[in-house]
Design a binder for this molecule. Structure first.
Ligand SMILES: NC(=O)c1ccc[n+]([C@@H]2O[C@H](COP(=O)([O-])OP(=O)(O)OC[C@H]3O[C@@H](n4cnc5c(N)ncnc54)[C@H](OP(=O)(O)O)[C@@H]3O)[C@@H](O)[C@H]2O)c1
Length: 369
């Protein structure tokens, strides 16, 4: 089978310490300066991915160590260069296909330029992220007893690579979909172009709070580096599927809204006994804050392409075709990948917690009736 590499970067200062424990105790400005100049490096060796029919692959996580804000603010060419260096390191280690994690797939044109310049094919992994995200949203709706056919859904980041396809996949299952982004001109054009094709009511707004206040279901996939979903905006008993990395949902929601179910939508359980090992300290596990055996959906897309010997630039740019999403979703299932257990705010969501969330929603509804 082919081998893969996946470009990662720290989403926060806490992540920097996870990647490189030596950074612990150093001040944030110093860490940010070091990350700005630190060359890309091979962070982890990924082993043990094995399909039910016995095919195996291995790969590497290669860090392009910029923080999200730096990815957006540093000169584009410098950021591309850092990402390309990471892919070159992966190719030298033996990878034949590369995936772009988090903002490395957002910056600029969503992977198109990077794929043109890279020594091996490149995918953003967004097709499988879209499939996993939409499944997670409706799994959450089932758990919370939301009648999706009568529900209003909001997609925040609706003009983006991930958001746009999510709108189309969600629309057949709900009564109304509201599209949200900041750039009104682009949002209006996108929304009007899509309206005729959508099998449900649709509208658009740049006012996130106003949209979220009307939503039973929320899917969020923005490139924001700040919180965009606040507890005071959420409707009683709402379900929020979070795809953005770094996250969009304020941590205050966990504390202040016990009646709302938030789920991280982009996590998949990987077949076999996957392990992540620190390259610089052989035998020491590498921690990315995910449960053992679980990978992000974008990583999983890269793994599936390797397992299928499909070394191609499968997903790039904005305007992702739904056929691509369905194809990689089917290939992932064939190779034994499945939705991971529900999780939010770095913790698993237990059955008891779901029952408590439903009860809190009923109580709040009764109190306001
Ligand atoms: N979980 C996973 O496995 C996984 C995989 C891949 C990517 N991701 C994450 O998914 C997110 C989206 O990626 P993408 O490739 O779809 O990005 P993208 O193509 O750049 O789209 C971003 C979207 O968010 C909107 N947006 C940005 N800032 C916003 C704000 N403050 N409020 C409201 N809307 C805002 C943008 O429109 P405007 O600029 O007009 O606002 C656009 O619609 C990123 O955080 C990425 O890291 C997750």
């Amino acid at each position: 089978m082919a081998k893969f590499c996946f470009v990662i970067h720290p989403l926060s200062f806490e992540d920097v310490v996870r990647y490189e424990p030596g950074a612990k105790g150093k001040g944030r400005p110093i860490i940010a300066k070091i990350m700005e100049w630190m060359p890309s490096w091979a962070a982890a060796h990924v082993t043990g991915i094995r399909t039910p029919d016995g095919r195996e692959t291995e790969g590497w996580f290669v860090a392009a160590g910029l923080l999200p804000q730096q990815m957006l603010e540093l000169p584009r060419e410098r950021v591309y260069d850092r990402i390309l260096k990471a892919i070159e390191i992966g190719a030298e280690l033996g990878a034949q296909v590369a995936g772009l994690g988090a903002f490395t797939g957002v910056v600029g044109d969503g992977g198109v330029t990077i794929a043109q310049r890279a020594p091996i094919p490149v995918t953003t992994g967004n097709s499988l992220t879209i499939a996993a995200g939409v499944r997670s949203l409706f799994r959450g709706a089932d758990e919370m007893g939301v009648d999706a056919q009568r529900a209003t859904a909001v997609v925040v980041g609706a003009t983006g690579s991930i958001g746009a396809a999510c709108v189309e996949l969600i629309a057949p299952h709900v009564a109304h979909v509201i599209l949200v982004a900041r750039n009104e001109t682009r949002l209006r054009k996108f929304s009007e172009g899509l309206r005729e094709r959508l099998p449900c009511e649709s509208s658009f707004t740049t006012d996130i709070s106003e949209a979220v206040q009307r939503a039973d279901l929320v899917l969020t996939a923005t490139s924001s580096t700040q919180d965009v979903i606040e507890p005071e905006d959420l409707r009683t008993g709402a379900v929020v599927c979070e795809l953005s990395l770094p996250h969009d949902v304020s941590r205050r929601v966990a504390v202040e809204r016990p009646d709302v179910l938030v789920v991280e939508g982009g996590n998949l359980r990987v077949p076999g006994e996957m392990k992540w090992w620190r390259v610089r300290e052989p035998g020491v596990p590498f921690d990315m804050g995910l449960p053992v055996g679980t990978a992000l959906a974008c990583m999983s897309e890269t793994m599936v392409l390797a397992l299928e010997d499909r070394c191609e630039s499968f997903t790039l740019g904005r305007g992702i075709e739904l056929d691509r999403v369905r194809e990689i979703d089917a290939l992932a299932a064939k190779n034994g990948f499945e939705l991971a257990d529900m999780r939010a705010f770095d913790l698993p969501i237990s059955r008891e917690q779901i029952a408590r969330t439903r009860a809190a929603a009923e109580e709040r509804r009764a109190a306001s009736a």
